[in-house]
Design a protein around this ligand. Structure first.
Ligand SMILES: O=C(O)C1=C[C@@H](OP(=O)(O)O)[C@@H](O)[C@H](O)C1
Ligand SMILES: C=C(OP(=O)(O)O)C(=O)O
Length: 436
């Protein structure tokens, strides 16, 4: 492990200032995807230059799309149209990105060519059955390890049929994978979810000129190779990245920060609701439309948090923020209970187990459950060393913990944060964090 792959976050007495977080990861992926399958130029501003989104760019370059990063966060895509994608000359490597592998499996299922998708050791453990089964029902010809349930996934493009899929999980990756496959279908593709998951695919498809119908938790798309046109996409700041700063300002005493231009899509804003339920001091100002999305500025001040229960329909609206909510819960008065969040077990890591194990290294006790966790508040972090298991969100959780610990927290494999928040250290430093 290189020297700069381990870092220490030290306790601090205040977090103050103004900042922005980088562009939304989910929206950045989709802007590259829709830009590639549209005709004409797509300009993406405030693109997230995180490793996951760079993986999406590199996959589409191998599929014959010209994509240039004018600056790290300004991307120009020369769209080739759905039928202009070319058989890739090599295996498509999605790196650490679950979104890329699930969405591309759907999109590539309807081509006329052969392609193979793989990724890092975490990706090769993550379930692909959730997209493989519905896509096979549509006629997709997919193979992979463990009877097609694990990457590497081989796709032999095939004609696809209309389908109404009732998804057992509320997953935007499953929904989007099927909808992207549905673009090839002569007829309707319908997806119904148990609870509504993030709807960035639906919003962006519409802004590129596609038409679909949303009725509650059901989305219907009329395929047959729609005519999509390149667009200018302005990506809002990622609320999942802002979540780390919101929790930090809430638990570090004497803090007041302003985070500008944060995405406030209602299918993503569960973190705000959960923190408000915990008595956080969050002021939401300048709420405004931002293309198809909503953004706002957040003022967050320190507060005396109280424990809460987080379960049910809110879970898909804050699934990636649960690890950092656990950090907030350690500093709250009373118990916090997380339920209905079994999905955490199939993310970059098993985030229930990893949070339990790494918190324990710092003297914080939790009770892991199959679908969540129980955690008592008013627990102190001792100084110590934790390991990210190459999960970006785990790394950032413990950076925040270090700010309120009794002594420094050392984070091994810290580079993982580059997956979604490449300038996390710089932003934290600008607000007064001490790390080295
Ligand atoms: O579609 C997306 O961009 C994402 C969907 C979510 O995963 P699931 O669809 O598996 O819930 C989320 O955890 C992931 O970070 C990004
Ligand atoms: C789960 C995540 O992403 P993905 O599924 O795209 O790897 C995440 O960013 O927390």
């Amino acid at each position: 492990m290189g020297q700069n792959n381990k870092i220490a976050f030290h306790p601090i007495s205040t977090l103050t200032g103004e900042c922005e977080v980088p562009g939304d990861k989910s929206i950045s992926h989709r802007a590259v995807i829709f830009g590639s399958i549209s005709k004409g130029i797509t300009e993406i501003n405030n693109f997230l230059p995180g490793l996951d989104c760079i993986s999406t760019i590199s996959c589409f370059q191998k599929l014959g799309v010209e994509i240039k990063q004018k600056t790290s966060s300004t991307v120009i895509v020369k769209g080739v149209g759905l039928h202009g994608l070319l058989e890739p000359y090599d295996v498509l490597d999605v790196g650490n990105s679950g979104t890329t592998i699930r969405l591309l499996t759907g999109l590539l299922s309807g081509t006329k060519f052969y392609s193979v998708l793989t990724g890092d050791s975490s990706i090769r453990k993550r379930p692909m059955k959730r997209v493989k089964e519905p896509l096979q029902q549509m006629g997709a010809n997919l193979m992979g390890r463990d009877q097609g349930n694990l990457a590497p996934i081989t796709i032999i493009g095939a004609p696809l049929q209309p389908m109404h899929y009732h998804s057992p999980v509320a997953s935007a990756q499953v929904k989007s994978s099927i909808l992207l496959a549905g673009l090839w279908v002569d007829g309707q593709t319908v997806v119904t979810e148990p609870t509504k998951s993030r709807d960035h695919t639906e919003r962006m498809y519409t802004s590129f000129g596609g038409s679909l119908h949303v009725d509650g938790n059901t989305v219907t798309i009329l395929g047959g190779s729609p005519k999509l046109e390149g667009q200018k996409v302005n990506v809002p700041g990622d609320i999942s990245s802002a979540a780390f700063l919101m929790v930090a300002a809430s638990i570090i005493p004497n803090s007041e920060i302003c985070i500008r231009n944060v995405g406030m899509n209602p299918t993503r804003s569960g973190i705000v609701d959960a923190l408000l339920a915990m008595n956080a001091d969050i002021e939401i100002i300048n709420e405004r439309k931002y293309g198809e999305e909503l953004v706002a500025d957040f003022i967050v001040r320190s507060s005396n948090l109280i424990g809460t229960e987080i379960s049910g329909d809110i879970i898909p609206r804050l699934i990636d923020e649960i690890p950092v909510l656990l950090i907030a819960a350690t500093q709250a008065k009373g118990k916090t209970v997380i339920r209905d969040a079994k999905e955490l077990r199939v993310k970059e890591t098993d985030r229930i187990q990893v949070m339990h194990d790494e918190l324990l290294k710092l003297g914080v006790i939790t009770i892991p459950r199959e679908d969540g966790m129980e955690i008592d508040g008013e627990q102190e972090f001792t100084s110590g060393t934790i390991y990210t298991h190459h999960d970006h969100r785990i790394g950032m959780c413990f950076a925040i913990a270090g700010c309120v610990a009794k002594g420094p927290i050392f984070i091994e494999d810290y580079d993982a944060v580059k997956v979604s928040f490449p300038n996390f250290t710089e932003v934290m430093n600008s607000l007064g964090a001490i790390c080295e």
